[in-house]
Structures are given as C-alpha cells and as structure tokens.
Design a protein around this ligand. Structure first.
Ligand SMILES: [Zn+2]
Ligand SMILES: [Zn+2]
Length: 797
C-alpha cells in the first residue's frame, strides 16, 4: 500500500495544491470509469459530463497585508493569493461587508483570515468572532489559524464542549473566538456582560458556510446576528463590526447575505482558484434479474415489476472497487445508517478479496463521539484509510479535499449540495472522478436521464425570511431579556417588529416603560434555533454500560426502536429497549443477517379554522392542525438480497406537531364535471400538492424543506377531497399564512408550472417531490391541472 492521505494537517487556507500529499497517480478518471462500468452486463452510465479544469489567477498581496502575515502564509505554502481572495479581503479590510461565494476548496478562508488577522496585528485590542454551523469546522479553523502562529491572537473554540475552567480565560484573553450560532444564542448573548470587553472591540464577524442558514433556522440566525450587533453597539462599538461571509456557490448570495445580516453586503463570486478537471458520471443501478421463484410460470404477470439494485449496494461496490484500485474515495450517503451500511459492505467485499484490506474503509458521521471522530481524522491524515462513507459534506473538515473520486449515493436534494459534495474531488493537475448513483425513485431516475437538469441549471438561492412573525416574536423576547428594547431596535429587527412587540406586550411578556420595553419574567425565554429535533438519545451497551454514541431525538424512533439493528463503526448491535423518558437505548452486540427498516404513518386533523373563503364548490381555509406521525412497524430485510423477511409491529408513542396549515377542498361533483374520474382523484390531488409545495417559495420566501403536505380523496374533518400544506415547525412558521393570503397567485403559478412542463407524465420539475413519503405514488399530472383549474375558476382573484 503506497497511498497516503489526502488530508493536509491543518493547512492554512484551503488550497488544492497544498492539501494533497503523496499518493499514486490515478491512471485517469476515464480509465477508472471504464473499469467500474465493466462489471455490469448493461452499461449503468447514462451520461458523462466533463467539467474542464480551470487555471488559477493569482493576484499580488494587498499592500496593507503585513509582512509577518505574508511570511506566516509562505511557511504554510501560500506564496500569493488568488484574485478573488485578494478582492474579498480588500473589501473587508476597507470595512465593507462582503460575502465570498465560490466553490469547495477555493480558499475562502484566506479571504476572511487575511483582513481579520491584519487588523488584529495592527490593533492589539481588536477581536474577531468566527461562526460556523458545526463544531468540526470550528476545530479545523482553529487549527488553521493557530498554525499561522501570529503573536497575541490566542485563538480558541468556545462551544458546548469547552470546559468551564477555560471559558473565563477565553473571554478575557482570546482575540479570535470560534463558536456556533447556538452558543452565541444560548451562551454568549445572554451572558453579554461577561463579554462586554470582547464585544466592544469586535472588529470582524466571520460567518462561514452561511448558505446553511436557510428556512426557519436561517431566520432565527438572522435575528441572533441582529442581537449581536445590538450588544456591540450597547458596549460602545458604534460603527459595528464588519461582516465577512463565506458561502458555497449559490444563487444571488448578496441578497441572501443581506437578509441574514440586515446589512448591505457586496458579493465576490468569480472563482479564480485552479480546479482539476472532473469526469462526472450519472449512474443508474442495473435492473435485477427476475426473481426465479416468481418467474417459473412463464407468463410475466402485471405484478412482476422490475426492481433496480439498491443505490446503497451499488455505492458500496463502487467504493470497494475504487479503494481496491488504490484510489482515494469519499462516498456521500444521505442517512446515517446508509453510511454505515456502505462502509460495512465495502469492508466485507474488500476483505474477501484481500484479507485486511477492509480496514482501509470507515464510516464517518455526526453522532460519533468526539474522540472517535478525532481518531478517524488522524487515520485519514496518516493514510491508513483510503475510503470513507460520510453522511454530509459539512461534517467533514475543510481540509478534506483533493480526493481522487467522489461517489454520491442519491441526489442530495439541491444542485448546490451536489456541487459541494462533488467539489471534494480533484487535486491540482490531475483529473478526478465523480459519480452520482441514482436511487430507485422518479426524481433520481429523471435526473440521470436529463443531464441538462443537473449540469445546465443554476444553483438555488438560499432562502430565509427574517420578517417571519413566528421567528421574530420569540427572538425579540430573547433580545428583551438581554436588555430592554428601545425605539432604535424597532428598526434594527426590521419589518413587522412594531407589531411583534405589541403582541408581546399584549401577551404579558413585555412591559412598556418610557425607556423601552422590558422582559417581565425571571426566566429567559426558551427558544431553539433548530426546531423540533428533541433531546438526543444515548446508545448504551447493556452489558458494559459503555456509551456508544448518540442519535438525535427526531431519528430515535426510526433507528433505536426495540429490535432495530444499530450499526456503529462497522460493528452491529441489536436494540433491547428504548427508554424515551430517560433518553437512552440499551443494545447488545449481535450481527444478524438482516437489516431493519422502520415505517411511519402520518395523519392530520383540523383543530380550528382561522379564516376561510367559501367559493362554491371550492373552499380555501387557514387554520391550526395537528400533524401526527407514528413509527408503527418495522421490516426485517435480508442483507444479501433485500428480501423482506417479515414486518413486526411496534408500540411507540405518536408524535404530534401543532402547526398552521392552508388547505383547499373541492366538491366531488366538480371533479367529475372537470373530467377527473374518481379513481384518479388521489393521484390528481397528490400531484397538485407536490407542485404547490414546490411553488410556495415563490411567494413565501420559505424553503420547500420547511413545509409538508398531505392530500386525500376524502378527509374526515373536511368530508371532501382535500389538499393540505402545513408549516413543518411547531406553532407554524408563517408560510401557510402567506400561502393563504396569496392563494390565487400561488395556485395560478402552480397550475402554469405543471401545464408548461414539457414532460408527459410528470417529473421533478413539476409534480414529483424529492421528499415524498409515498415514493411519488400515485401521481396524475393531467388531472392535477384539472383540479387546479377548478380551484382557480371558482376562487376570487
Ligand atoms: Zn414535468
Ligand atoms: Zn407525496
């Protein structure tokens, strides 16, 4: 084994040229791809896109960059910045708020480190606050800044893991504090008095990976940043800190960054870093040979549906094949269990080929203990690992780039995420391979047969709405608990603040005095930035009491129900019991030859109607609903074949979400008149529901992942064919309300989008949904248009 890791130990700014250590050259991605597809009798590759290499455009160091800093970068192998780095750094140094939105590994960190550190050197009292959505990224960035060895900066991470004893030292002495929005919200801002010195001298706020702050989470973070600006001003930083944001490539980054910070932000989007060429293959797993047990009759019955090989198994094979070829490969898998399955299965086949080779593959995901993640990073650093199956690009360190191949198991939901994952491939001067493996669902199938939808369309814009009343109210309560709200704050927090403050006064949460609005309670308001996940559940080995890891509360019902097979770093456990009150699951080591798959059912009941429009055969409603979802059973499936062994019932409590929904009903007669046969009503409503959810971001500045839907040919509460669209957050998030207010234009756009789509039977551009719980079935595109025509003809404009 001659391969070494692709990970550079805390190199400063990410630059492909520095990130890569040794390793055998990849023959060529084309040659590798040829070998991979040879395994299959039918060619699984539906399209190959060649992403050309790009030559870097260097720029001179800005004149203001101190010699000491240039020397520090030179020691890390950076002799000159790229032009976009210099441009963004220059804007930031001139105190202009700036967002740099370029590809993975384009060196975004230099763009903020350079002005921030130059300022810290010039002003021995100035401070910098660095925010990142994950602790892993903060740890990476800490290593990178520390490695520059700039006197007197004393960079330090301040998060939930920071020992109490160190916290005071950090507050008093660190001038470069790395943390996350949750810690800022729960810890730093409520304890602002202890941070007064730091905040008064705060020169820069760096917001890394800012495209992650979208939807309701993004709206919360937007107000946390306004609360931060407010405290800086209160402690005497009148002009306020300069914001430098780093984003993955995204649509319109300047306005997204502007909404996030509440400031005017300039965007730098031209990527001038060199990039390796990438051969990008779209891969459709082959159809499985017909099951011999059903093929004997000679007559292919209609029930004999063709099944494709699972994307997980295909990804595991691709990972094993590339690792066997000595190619450093990262596989992205959407679920935690999927990542474990891919790693385990790849290890198994490698060990069969060459005993011991399986040890060079591992799984990597959130939920592992910190020590284990460190150990995996170390193993990668030293080249002991060649293949990694990971859940999410964000959980990986920023230095983990320059891989020879990336395998993406299933479309990650947005083109922005797809490019971010693929961007991990490619070291300078060498071509890399990226493969998107389609899952067996209509969206993925559509994409691998429509490469123009992958390669020809722009990346999505990041969507958030700070004016969302359901976010604004709780955030104003937090702000008031930190310091009374003043007239000036009404402007700072933006549209809707006056009304939200009045509502808080009305509710008895705030008291108005001549000097401002005061928080009335002793306790601080409890506001969770990330929504309804619930407390994490610990996984404990019953015999030893050893803590194996944690699973977030939202997933525990699916992954840790009694009888579930729980995979942890390739080792298999079976769950004995799940105690939801204690947040603990007891497991024992066991390696059965089946996997487990939990199934849930969702229902919705109407609690109250706030407002409605009676439009003859059509009704439009806004109201509160309870959405109930319950994990009711699980399937055991043979690992080798995927065959279902049995389905076992579960006795887990249902979980309820009280939220706000918009819904419309149609009379059965109007549907028949419109030519929708009763048998097609479920597919018609379902298709209309999907498209309506897809189009809601047009009018509600939400994100389609923040909303849910349910359609039914007859609902017990409405006694009619009904389509519901609801906010996926407790108490609602304001989206359904906007949809109700603008229903005619929303549903008109929905109808037109479906009708204008060139596809015949429905596609992801119109009626298919990437998040459908029913596998996009049934769907009827032509009938969905008829349904919406009935609604639009009757609804007042
Ligand atoms: Zn279509
Ligand atoms: Zn659906």
């Amino acid at each position: 084994m001659t391969s070494a890791a692709t990970v550079s130990a805390g190199s400063g700014p990410e630059r492909p040229t520095d990130a890569v250590t040794a390793g055998p050259p990849l023959a060529s991605p084309g040659e590798l791809l040829r070998r991979l597809r040879q395994r299959h009798p039918a060619d699984p590759v539906t399209h190959v896109e060649r992403v050309p290499p790009r030559i870097g455009v260097p720029a001179p160091w800005p004149s203001w960059a101190p010699e000491e800093l240039r020397a520090a970068y030179a020691r890390r192998g950076v002799t000159t910045p790229w032009r976009h780095q210099a441009e963004a750094a220059g804007l930031a140094y001139d105190r202009r708020h700036v967002v740099v939105a370029t590809g993975t590994a384009s060196g975004k960190s230099l763009a903020y480190q350079l002005p921030a550190l130059a300022t810290l050197l010039a002003d021995p009292r100035a401070t910098v606050l660095y925010l990142t959505p994950t602790k892993a990224l903060a740890a990476d960035q800490l290593r990178a800044v520390a490695a520059l060895e700039i006197e007197g900066v004393r960079p330090a991470c301040y998060d939930g893991d920071t020992p109490r004893a160190e916290r005071e030292w950090i507050r008093r002495h660190s001038r470069f504090v790395l943390t996350n929005p949750d810690m800022l919200h729960h810890g730093i801002l409520p304890g602002h008095a202890q941070w007064s010195g730091f905040l008064r001298r705060l020169a820069y706020v760096v917001i890394d990976e800012c495209h992650v702050y979208r939807g309701v989470f993004g709206s919360h973070v937007a107000h946390v940043l306004r609360r931060l600006r407010r405290q800086c001003a209160r402690y005497g930083r009148a002009d306020g800190p300069t914001f430098v944001l780093a984003s993955a490539t995204s649509g319109d980054p300047a306005s997204a960054a502007g909404r996030l910070t509440g400031l005017r932000v300039t965007a730098v989007t031209e990527d001038t870093s060199p990039r390796a060429g990438v051969t990008f293959a779209l891969w459709e797993p082959p159809l499985l040979p017909p099951d011999p047990s059903t093929a004997g009759s000679g007559e292919p019955g209609p029930e004999l549906t063709q099944v494709r090989r699972s994307a997980l198994r295909e990804t595991a094979d691709l990972l094993a094949d590339t690792v066997a070829a000595g190619v450093r490969t990262l596989a992205f898998v959407r679920s935690r269990r999927g990542a474990e399955v891919v790693a385990t299965s790849a290890r198994r086949s490698l060990d069969e080929a060459v005993p011991g080779l399986g040890d060079r593959v591992a799984a990597y995901r959130a939920g592992y203990l910190r020590e284990e993640r460190r150990e995996l990073e170390r193993a990668l650093l030293h080249g002991e690992l060649l293949g990694l199956a990971s859940t999410n690009a964000l959980e990986l360190g920023v230095d983990l780039i320059g891989l020879d191949a990336v395998v993406i198991c299933g479309y990650p939901g947005t083109r922005a995420s797809l490019w971010q994952q693929a961007g991990r491939a490619g070291r300078s001067g060498q071509e890399a391979l990226a493969v998107l493996v389609a899952r067996d669902d209509p969206l993925d199938t559509y994409l691998v047969h429509h490469p123009e939808a992958v390669f020809g369309a722009p990346v999505e814009a990041t969507v958030l709405d700070p004016a969302n009343a359901y976010v604004l109210g709780p955030q104003l309560a937090c702000a008031a608990a930190e310091a009374p709200l003043t007239a000036a704050d009404l402007e700072l927090f933006g549209d809707g603040t006056k009304e939200a403050v009045a509502a808080l006064v009305e509710a008895g949460a705030l008291r108005q005095r001549p000097t401002g609005w005061y928080w009335r309670h002793r306790e601080r308001p409890e506001v969770d930035l990330r929504g309804d996940g619930g407390a994490p559940v610990c996984v404990v080995e019953a015999a030893t009491g050893r803590l194996l890891g944690t699973v977030d509360g939202g997933s525990a019902h699916f992954l840790l129900h009694p009888g579930a097979v729980y995979l942890h770093q390739g080792a298999s456990y079976v769950v004995d019991s799940l105690d939801l009150d204690d947040g603990c699951a007891l497991v024992h080591p066991e390696e059965p030859d089946w996997s487990t798959h939990a199934r849930d059912v969702t229902s919705l009941s109407v609690v109250s109607v706030r407002s409605y429009v009676d439009a003859g055969p059509v009704g439009l409603f806004l109201g509160e609903v309870d959405v109930t979802s319950q994990v009711v059973s699980y399937q055991r499936r043979r690992i080798a074949t995927g065959e279902v062994i049995d389905t076992r019932p579960l006795d887990l409590p249902a979980r309820e979400l009280r939220t706000v929904a918009v819904w419309f009903t149609l009379s059965p007669g109007s549907l028949i008149d419109a030519g929708v046969p009763p048998a097609d009503v479920p597919g018609a409503l379902h298709a209309a529901e999907h498209a309506a959810i897809g189009l809601l971001p047009l009018i509600a500045t939400c994100d389609r992942w923040d909303i849910g839907g349910l359609s039914t040919a007859v609902h017990p509460d409405t006694e009619a064919p009904t389509v519901f669209v609801y906010d996926g957050h407790s108490g609602g998030a304001g989206f359904a309300e906007r949809a109700y207010g603008m229903a005619a234009s929303w549903l008109r756009a929905t109808r037109d989008a479906i009708a204008e789509c060139g596809c015949e039977t429905g596609c992801p551009s119109c009626v298919q949904s990437p998040k459908c719980g029913n596998g996009n079935n049934p769907l009827s595109k032509p009938d969905a248009i008829r349904v919406l025509d009935v609604v639009l003809t009757n609804l007042p404009q």
